[in-house]
Design a protein around this ligand. Structure first.
Ligand SMILES: [Zn+2]
Length: 314
């Protein structure tokens, strides 16, 4: 991963590889200091450089070991691992010379977690990382006197390597998030909903829509969708549409034509498709235009009722 990277699908964070480059100097069950444990010693592109690494998920510091620049971290919620499992992550990082973690601190996914280093009997600058796919914080010696977790997994079963350069990966089966698709959550059952909209109806968007144009400046994070609003592309282009016909990008997810989220999640006017799985409450109905007013991200917008799907209130 790179600094600031986040990956959330279906409301669950993907557990990302905390390193931008990986060169593994000792793998799982390595003869030097990894006998009987699943751990990797990872250095970066250049030997001896104390590269930063980042929080693979939003995590909390649960234990610290100052003498070895070491911390035990635990995800604040369940995460998705590269083997498809969804569970808590409890993991150890070690050898950070500039260690400043404190028990209880929470680091959001993508923020810096530490630096590779040599603190605590390490040979050469690296980060030792060891991961349990569980919330179990037990940390105990195995038969070789090496500390381990319960429920350890090999690292290629743990983290996704989106934006990580694998310089030397010891032949691991490294996966990016697109190799582990997420089944879209099925639409709520329409039973109990009569599909007649009125103020107070709970609705969601029914379908996949084209991002026809992005409002300038791009930082306004608004887009035009001719299909949803009935405004023409030229009207959008010439800024002749009303403010309530621009839709906030925020809750819309960029997807492919099958509704699967794209990797970059960056909208492009004229070629991106998007969907929105949130549930909104209809504020007002306009019968002549057959439109409904919704409040999306704090902004009132009017869209055609026919693209809204009423869901049961309970
Ligand atoms: Zn190690």
């Amino acid at each position: 991963m790179i600094k600031g990277q986040k990956s959330v699908r279906g409301g669950i964070e993907d557990f990302l590889c905390p390193f931008t480059d990986i060169y593994i100097t000792q793998g799982s069950n390595g003869k030097l200091s990894h006998r009987g444990i699943m751990a990797n010693d990872v250095r970066g592109r250049e030997v001896g450089v104390r590269y930063a690494y980042y929080a693979p998920c939003t995590c909390k510091c649960v234990k610290i070991y100052l003498e070895s620049g070491q911390a035990m971290w635990q995800s604040t919620g369940k995460v998705r691992f590269a083997n498809g499992r969804v569970d808590y992550a409890t993991f150890m990082t070690a050898h950070d010379n500039s260690f400043d973690a404190k028990v209880g601190m929470i680091v959001p996914q993508g923020n810096q977690l530490g630096n590779m280093g040599t603190k605590g009997n390490a040979t050469g600058v690296h980060c030792h990382i060891q991961i349990s796919q569980s919330s179990d914080t037990s940390w105990f010696k195995n038969q070789y006197g090496i500390y381990k977790f319960n429920n350890e997994y090999d690292l290629d079963d743990c983290y996704f390597v989106d934006n990580t350069n694998i310089i030397y990966g010891m032949g691991g089966n490294w996966k990016t998030t697109d190799k582990v698709p997420v089944t879209p959550t099925p639409a709520p059952s329409p039973s109990g909903a009569d599909q007649l909209l009125y103020p107070g109806s709970k609705v969601r968007f029914d379908g996949i829509f084209k991002v026809d144009i992005l409002k300038s400046p791009i930082s306004s994070n608004l887009f035009g969708c001719c299909q949803l609003t009935g405004c023409s592309y030229n009207d959008y282009y010439n800024e002749k549409v009303k403010a309530y016909h621009w839709l906030p990008c925020g809750p819309f997810v960029e997807c492919d034509s099958n509704g699967n989220p794209t990797k970059d999640q960056v909208f492009t006017g004229g070629s991106s498709l998007c969907k929105n799985d949130n549930i909104y409450t209809v504020k007002e109905i306009d019968i002549p235009s057959n439109s409904a007013k919704l409040n999306i991200d704090g902004r009132d917008v009017w869209v055609f009722s026919k693209y809204l799907y009423e869901v049961s209130n309970n």
